[in-house]
Design a protein around this ligand. Structure first.
Ligand code: IMP
Length: 433
């Protein structure tokens, strides 16, 4: 009765979606557990690109049942648009395949307006949120004034709850921020129609997963965002408002830790971040630009959700070790190794210098990365393309050495390596099951 978890080991955008797609082939259930449509997961299958924000990436595999967990925040219009889009592309997203937890919270247009306005108010200290209403929806949840997916069972009552919630937000927006709120009455009417359509998708995700695990089914929990964006363990306040870590998966899905088998930490072979906040190994030069790409390819470093260019830098093994500690990873997946082809010099941060001393682990909370100077190790670089590498032995010795160095620095085996955007461009170093 195994539960495997895929977790972002950095600041999100590590390529979790395509690894979920890969591992979903061997899973019966795939569940998303954190955040909402601030996430953007891209899965390429041949010529088709699937961009998913809410529906688990496991949906692309035709045999899976997919779930959206309790701790998620759902924007109904986005969810419906995604369901319709996938159905149009021939992916079955009927209520037999997708289950929405009644305890998930609902995002309204007022949450989105608040998100935008509050972040703008922060001025120089803005977080650079995705403006998807994530923080304000979690604020309502914590304040116990949120609207939950279960309220959609009764679309008429749901309309009333949305209207009241929006009216409260309108008061806040107008009185405090001097900003107009989208019309509560109109929005509530639209949300009632959304509820009529989403009602059949409501199902107790925790109970389904419990029974599935008891029956010996294989469950995969698909992380969104990343460890360093975790509200409790990330670079606070430059974080999201949820827990995209292993503990967050258990919390959201309502399953105990005894079910855990593999906890797969996904890290890019370099480091990226979108939005504000500390980034010790950031490269604000042409090397960073080269890592980012020009934006002409779907795999270039531009946000799937917002289109913003991502900040890029060298792989930070100190932060990666921290992510190993927070999540209890059992193994790593290293993505986009191909992007490092031809990088000369090729650097990797293995420690920090703090007040003249070398430290190998974070000297203080992850929230305080200022004043840390990365210490880099130069790695051997390789020139030949690795796009056609299907097996470990196909990689040039220098690329193997890079992976080995990551393993030594983290104490974990890198079991999956992606060398290109396609489904088959993943090297599996051993059977995962
Ligand atoms: P929010 O989640 O929209 O509140 O944004 C808070 C921070 O998390 C911002 O820096 C966002 O750029 C970042 N963030 C949220 N979701 C993702 C994601 O899926 N990938 C990368 N960064 C994200």
């Amino acid at each position: 009765m195994p539960l495997d978890v895929i977790i972002g080991a950095q600041w999100g955008d590590e390529g979790k979606g395509r690894l979920t797609d890969l591992l979903a082939a061997e899973s019966d259930f795939v569940a998303r557990f954190s955040g909402g449509d601030n996430a953007g997961h891209t899965v390429a299958v041949g010529a088709q690109q699937f961009q998913l924000h809410l529906v688990p990436s496991g949906i692309i595999q035709p045999h899976t049942i997919c779930l959206l967990g309790n701790s998620m925040v759902i924007h109904p219009e986005t969810l419906l648009a995604e369901i319709d889009h996938l159905n149009k592309l021939g992916v079955d997203v009927s209520p037999t395949r997708l289950k929405l937890s009644p305890a998930a919270h609902i995002i309204t247009p007022a949450h989105r307006t608040l998100d935008r306005v509050c972040d703008a108010r922060r001025g120089d200290h803005k977080l650079g949120t995705t403006h998807r209403g994530i923080g304000p929806a979690y604020m309502d949840k914590a304040a116990r004034s949120g609207v939950r997916a279960e309220d959609m069972q009764d679309p008429v009552a749901f309309e009333k709850r949305i209207r009241e919630n929006m009216q409260n937000a309108a008061h806040l927006l107008e009185a405090v921020y001097g900003e107009a709120c989208p019309d509560p009455v109109e929005t509530a009417r639209e949300y009632r129609a959304h509820a009529e359509r989403l009602k059949p998708y409501l199902a107790d995700a925790g109970a389904i997963l419990h029974d599935a695990l008891q029956d010996g089914c294989q469950v995969l929990a698909e992380g969104a965002q990343g460890t360093l964006l975790d509200i409790d363990h990330g670079t606070y306040p430059y974080v999201t408002s949820s827990n995209p870590t292993t503990a967050g998966a258990l919390l959201s899905l309502g399953v105990g830790p005894g079910h855990l088998r593999r906890i797969i930490g996904v890290a890019k072979a370099f480091q990226t971040r979108v939005g504000e906040g500390p980034f010790p190994t950031e490269l604000i030069d042409e090397v960073g630009e080269r890592l980012r790409g020009t934006g002409e390819h779907p795999w270039d470093e531009f946000g799937t959700t917002t289109g913003r260019p991502r900040r890029c830098g060298w792989l930070d093994a100190v932060l990666l070790r921290y992510a190993v500690r927070v999540n209890g990873f059992t193994e790593l997946a290293l993505t986009k190794l191909d992007i490092l082809t031809g990088m000369q010099p090729l650097l990797l941060c293995s420690a920090y210098e703090v007040e003249g001393e070398m430290v190998k682990d974070l000297p203080r909370s992850c929230a305080t990365l200022a004043g840390l100077t990365p210490i880099y190790e130069e790695q051997l670089s390789w020139e030949e393309s690795i796009w056609n590498a299907h097996f470990w032995g196909d990689l040039p010795p220098e690329a193997q050495a890079y992976v080995h160095r990551v393993e030594t620095l983290t104490g974990l085996k890198v079991k999956l390596i992606s060398v290109g955007p396609e489904r088959d461009q993943v090297i599996r170093r051993e059977s995962l099951v």
